[in-house]
Design a protein around this ligand. Structure first.
Ligand SMILES: Nc1ccn([C@@H]2O[C@H](COP(=O)(O)O)[C@@H](O)[C@H]2O)c(=O)n1
Ligand SMILES: C[C@@]1(CO)OP(=O)(O)OP(=O)(O)OC[C@H]1O
Length: 160
């Protein structure tokens, strides 16, 4: 068994009615909300899939099925903490994680450090080991048309 593992994740949510988005556990004011079973936090969902994928443990929908009413409106930080426990039980921890949010609006930059703090806290790692950044898609595609928001994540696991 190698001493490092790599994982990647991707998530999308369509915009819907609402006045804020939950992103990296931060309440970001916006002219839309998202359609989702949980709080619809694409940043944390992509991160969970990266963590699970690194150990081939399936995906977020396997661990927190959208058909299960207990996850309705759920705080996605609880998903991250659960995934982190699964890694710890197997002798792994996140070495570093890097996340990219893709949307035209809202601007992510002003909120990125608060997201990094939340994620580092939930993973029990240094904030310098968590990157959160953003890009538009130059007005192309569903994000460019302002129909939704996407995030991708990568993480490296190291032996705990
Ligand atoms: N939702 C977003 C999108 C982008 N940013 C920041 O703007 C920079 C330029 O974005 P481009 O897509 O034009 O390359 C990007 O590097 C981010 O710093 C943002 O904060 N929120
Ligand atoms: C997070 C879960 C929880 O039921 O539901 P959603 O909030 O709809 O989010 P999605 O990214 O579609 O992942 C599936 C589910 O695990």
């Amino acid at each position: 068994m190698p001493d490092i593992r790599i994982g990647q994740g991707f998530d999308v949510h369509a915009f819907g009615d609402g006045d804020h988005l939950m992103l990296g556990g931060v309440r970001v004011p916006h002219v839309r909300g998202v359609l989702a079973h949980s709080d619809g936090d694409v940043v944390l969902h992509a991160l969970c899939d990266a963590m699970l994928g690194a150990l081939a443990l399936g995906d977020i929908g396997k661990h927190f099925p959208p058909s299960d009413p207990q996850w309705k409106g759920a705080d996605s930080r609880a998903f991250v903490r659960h995934c982190n426990r699964l890694l710890a039980e197997r002798g792994w921890r996140v070495g570093n994680a890097d996340i990219t949010v893709i949307c035209e609006r809202p601007k992510i930059g002003p909120h990125a450090d608060a997201m990094r703090v939340n994620i580092a806290e939930d993973l029990g790692i240094d904030v310098d080991a968590v990157g959160v950044k953003a890009t538009t898609s130059e007005k192309l595609g569903f994000t460019g048309r302002g129909e939704g928001i996407a995030a991708q994540a990568a993480c490296l696991l190291v032996r705990a």
